[in-house]
Design a protein around this ligand. Structure first.
Ligand SMILES: [Fe+2]
Length: 231
């Protein structure tokens, strides 16, 4: 723990072959080394789940095979890896069989990605219904959706994740720091795809920019991940 607290990357694409985030075990190994170098102690692997493309069962079978391949190369000094998914929200998602199995393993937290473009009210209702189903939605990279009614998600009482890189950008920084200060953002992610050094470097920069807000933010993340299973 180089920051004196546990640092968690809640959004990453580091499972070899699970999606376009990593094409091989070697790439995943490099990604984890880069994230480790950025001071990250724990990574939630969140491969994309597109409801129109695969069933939950197919997705989980593939994810398990990818995790198995990764287990072989994980060594001490690498971040811990926890399995999750980045689930694209579509109308009716709340009724999908097995949805809860896409939660971060050992928790009821589900990372949800809103579509690009304009949201209609039914998508916001879907998020509310997922919450009513007993899951804890965490909205992925909420800073990406300028122009959409993000406030409606806050009204539902769901937490948000932002990509660390967005804090590094001066244009968005003060708004994002405000959201973190207000407790609306409860997790930070690298959203790393490929062995992208800049992603890890930006995560580290963001931790520095957060200053006194880093510890309470990571404490919120710890609450979300209580009981999470490490691979
Ligand atoms: Fe992602």
């Amino acid at each position: 723990m180089r920051y004196g607290i546990r640092i968690t990357d809640f959004h990453s694409h580091v499972l070899p072959g699970a999606d376009h985030g990593s094409d091989s075990v070697e790439t995943s190994e490099r990604q984890l080394e880069l994230l480790n170098g950025a001071g990250i102690d724990r990574v939630v692997a969140t491969p994309h789940f597109y409801p129109s493309d695969v069933t939950v069962g197919e997705f989980l079978d593939l994810r398990e095979r990818c995790a198995e391949a990764l287990r072989d190369v994980i060594h001490p000094g690498m971040p811990e890896v926890i399995l999750g998914a980045e689930v694209l929200v579509c109308r009716g998602l709340e009724e999908m069989e097995g949805l809860e199995r896409l939660s971060v393993e050992g928790t009821n937290v589900i990372l949800l990605e809103m579509p690009f473009g304009e949201w209609d009210e039914s998508l916001i209702e879907t998020v509310g219904l997922i919450k009513r189903r007993g899951l804890t939605p965490l909205m992925a990279h909420i800073e990406r959706y300028e122009g959409n009614p993000i406030g409606r998600l806050f009204e539902l009482g769901v937490g948000c994740q932002i990509n660390a890189r967005s804090i590094v950008s001066r244009r968005r920084r003060s708004r994002l720091l405000d959201l973190i200060g207000e407790g609306k953002v409860v997790a930070l992610g690298s959203d790393i795809h490929g062995a992208d050094k800049s992603c890890a470097r930006d995560f580290m920069k963001a931790c520095g920019l957060l200053k006194d807000d880093l510890e309470p933010l990571m404490a919120e993340t710890d609450v979300l991940l209580a009981g999470a299973k490490v691979i």
